[in-house]
Write a protein that binds this ligand. Structure first.
Ligand code: KG4
Ligand code: ZN
Length: 329
């Protein structure tokens, strides 16, 4: 990144996990180790810069798969040490949110103004966060069990799609009747989410129907996908509506891999229009995990002198300390 402009954004996909139906943590870490140098070299050459042009290295230190994070953190520390420049550790969730401060990151091609509500829907996280400043964020609601992306991937696997299944469910949904099947919404009060019961209900529903009718999935695949997608979208809209009413904030930003789902985007656009809200949706390549979101967060911390010791311990689960109530901005 040069300030808030992307010079290169290299993403290496680890296809090996497909055959296991989900990410295998040890394999993921090993592949990070094998491919990181190539990814960094490629991003430097694509950006048409030299190593010595780099002023700061930023990397994520959590939440996420701890072994993969450790590989990235160790690599980044060595790179920063070798170039004699600072390293700035970045929170993965904050990065998903702050991606909207990259130039032309969202479909509005504009930056959201504080305060705004952020809905983070990714493979590992589901949260509604009130954002009052770049680093002044407060979690209003979280999933109490499974994350949304993880839920979608497990349901997709049951249907017979390969990992990750979110995009495939979206593709099949296009041709389906989203009212054919209805699934009970989780009964969680307030702004928290729960997807475990929802997931189990759908998995059991598919199992029972298939027992009675072996070709149930094949016959109904489009309608099953469309109905699941609609249920998910309804759950999200209901929660964001509660957050809007509770906070009186009418700016909503979406983040994370699931926010690239067009049906979800469409329903949020309809909601936003009806309720006089501004909606910010990241472009697909910036919704799913990417290096640019880590870079912009590092850049903002660098700009506002938010340096930390380079001995911070990486973490696998969401950590409150990285959402402080105070900000230097
Ligand atoms: O943000 P992300 O790239 O990684 C994490 O931080 O976890 O999100 C990955 C998740 C996966 O569960 C994937 O199935 C889901 O995002 N996803 C989608 C779509 N594209 C990716 N879910 C629904 N519809 C999509 N189009
Ligand atoms: Zn992510």
């Amino acid at each position: 990144m040069r300030c808030n402009e992307i010079l290169s954004n290299i993403v290496i996909h680890q296809h090996v996990h497909k055959k296991y139906g989900g990410v295998v943590p040890e394999l993921s870490a090993r592949l990070h180790d094998e491919e990181l140098l190539e990814a960094v070299n490629k991003s430097i050459s694509t950006a048409k810069i030299k190593q010595n042009d780099i002023d700061v290295v930023s990397c994520t230190i959590g939440p996420g798969l701890i072994n993969s994070i450790l590989v990235g953190y160790s690599f980044s520390k060595s790179l920063a040490m070798g170039l004699d420049i600072p390293i700035i550790p970045v929170d993965h969730i904050q990065a998903h949110i702050l991606v909207h401060f990259i130039k032309n990151a969202n479909f509005n091609n504009s930056f959201p103004k504080f305060p705004f509500l952020s809905l983070v829907i990714s493979g590992g996280h589901t949260q509604i966060i009130k954002v009052d400043g770049f680093f002044k964020m407060k979690v209003l609601g979280s999933t109490l069990d499974d994350a949304l992306g993880e839920t979608i991937d497990k349901i997709a696997r049951k249907i017979g799609f390969s990992y990750p299944g979110g995009e495939t469910i979206e593709m099949y949904s296009k041709y389906g009747n989203n009212k054919k099947f209805t699934f009970p919404k989780p009964l969680i009060k307030g702004l928290d989410f729960s997807f475990s019961g929802f997931k189990t209900h759908i998995l059991k529903f598919i199992e029972e129907k298939t027992k009675k009718e072996p070709f149930f999935i094949k016959k109904n695949i489009y309608d099953i996908c469309a109905s699941i997608q609609k249920s998910i979208s309804d759950i999200l809209i209901e929660k964001i509506n509660m957050a809007v009413l509770k906070t009186n904030i009418n700016k909503i930003i979406l983040s994370g891999g699931v926010s690239s789902n067009k049906e979800i985007i469409n329903n949020f656009s309809i909601y936003a229009k009806k309720n006089n809200c501004d909606l910010f949706v990241p472009k697909k390549c910036l919704a799913t995990d990417n290096g640019a979101m880590i870079a912009i967060t590092g850049f903002l911390k660098y700009k506002y002198n938010m340096f930390s010791s380079n001995n911070i311990a990486p973490y696998s689960k969401y950590k409150k300390i990285y959402f402080p109530n105070l900000t230097t901005v």
